[in-house]
Ligand binder design. Structure first.
Ligand code: FAD
Length: 356
């Protein structure tokens, strides 16, 4: 460390879309804050996604607070690279004080504040907003035989594109958007098999990311009014973007039930059938990146922290943004990130005013 402790009202950990949305409202509220991000450049996880990934809604339907995403020339559905560019410009446009690279190792309680400790320095803040995303915590289910399998195993986070799998036999695991989109392109060059826990559920073809956001809005209102919350689940999981539609028409998106175990040379089902393959691609999701909060002792057995809104029930100086529906409906989407960020900053502003 460099010795000196930096002092601010608020420290935001993570400078992806969720951290920037918080920054926008913190700036507007005139608070003294800093954003700490471990990456060397802007854009958060959008820099890590595979080259061909496209947003599931048009640019004109994606925004962080204050500024709609401009269209990407020649593409209705923008690329991940375009989103990273948008976040870069967003940061500049609003003059957000993002410090990079700063890897926060621990957040600890300090008298009337929290202490944010990184190799690069120490920050003392009365409130901390954690917005570290999920990309650094890929989840692979505990399927027996994973160590025995002699082929290649990758997770969504490792996937760069279909080229390296050309001509090979690949089993893709998982029933969500990542699996469907990867299969759509992989099945053009490789011999693919799709394994899912339950039959994949496609959204109606005319429903894209926009409709998901509308559902999130309704479910937030319902929750506010004490009515049962409608999930996306009632409609389906997979957005039928153009590539996915084409692959489904080609017959490349027929799913098998989940296999029971991996063998040395492939996968095997409980009924005794088996399949040889060269690679298994786990599109099985992510967990929240919360290791820096471990010293606060807040996480339950599933690694989640009890919240009221976005505020930690057992540590009122801590807020969580952008990790998934448990931190606010659609809070892990570009268009949804702003809503919970706004509410969070309003709560922090009120708390600071009361503390004086
Ligand atoms: P991130 O982008 O991961 O940002 C967190 C930042 O915090 C990163 O820079 C990270 O390096 C940093 N960090 C982590 N730990 C620390 C630490 N200890 N100290 C300092 N910094 C730290 N959403 C849409 O709206 N539309 C889509 O079409 C869409 N498609 C998606 C496709 C895929 C394959 C995936 C995975 C997600 C998609 N999403 C989409 C969802 C969502 O928009 C992204 O997951 C989004 O990047 C999450 O933003 P975030 O700010 O929460 O996290």
């Amino acid at each position: 460390t460099n010795g000196a402790e930096h002092v601010h009202d608020v420290a935001v950990v993570g400078g992806g879309q969720a951290g920037l949305a918080a920054g926008y409202f913190l700036r507007r509220a005139g608070l003294d804050f800093v954003v700490l991000d471990e990456r060397t450049g802007p854009g958060g996880s959008w820099n890590g996604y595979w080259d061909s990934l496209r947003l599931f809604s048009p640019a004109g339907h994606s925004m962080l607070p204050g500024w709609w995403m401009p269209a990407e020339e020649g593409h209705e559905y923008p690329s991940a690279r375009h989103v990273a560019w948008y976040l870069t410009e967003y940061e500049r446009r609003y003059g957000l004080p993002v410090h990079r690279p700063v890897h926060v190792g621990r957040v600890e309680r300090a008298d009337g504040a929290l202490r944010v400790i990184a190799r690069e320095g120490t920050w003392r803040a009365r409130y901390v907003v954690s917005a570290t995303g999920t990309w650094r915590a890929p989840h692979v289910p505990r399927v027996p035989g994973r160590e025995e399998f002699e082929g290649q195993q990758q997770h969504t986070v490792d996937y760069r594109g279909p080229e390296e799998f050309a001509g090979r036999r690949v089993v893709v695991v998982g029933g969500g958007n990542s699996a469907a989109q990867i299969l759509a392109e992989l099945s053009q060059v490789a011999e693919t098999t799709w394994a899912t826990l339950r039959p994949p559920r496609f959204l109606p073809d005319d429903v894209d990311g926009r409709a998901l956001f509308d559902i999130a809005t309704r479910s937030q209102r319902a929750a506010g009014a004490g009515r049962p919350v409608e999930g996306f689940g009632d409609l389906g999981d997979i957005v039928v973007v153009p590539g996915v539609r084409e692959a489904r028409e080609r017959g490349a998106l027929k799913a098998e039930p989940m296999f029971e175990r991996l063998t040395r040379t492939g996968v095997a089902w409980a009924d005794g059938t088996s399949l040889e393959c060269d690679a298994v691609l786990w599109c099985t999701g992510f967990r929240p990146v919360l290791d820096h909060l471990a010293p606060l002792g807040l996480a339950d057995g599933r690694g989640r922290i009890a919240l009221e809104g976005t505020r930690a029930v057992d540590e009122p100086r801590l807020f969580l943004l952008g990790y998934g529906d448990w931190t606010g409906p659609a809070s892990a989407t570009l268009i949804g990130a702003g809503r919970t960020a706004k509410a969070t900053v309003a709560e922090i502003t009120g708390a600071l005013a009361r503390e004086g």
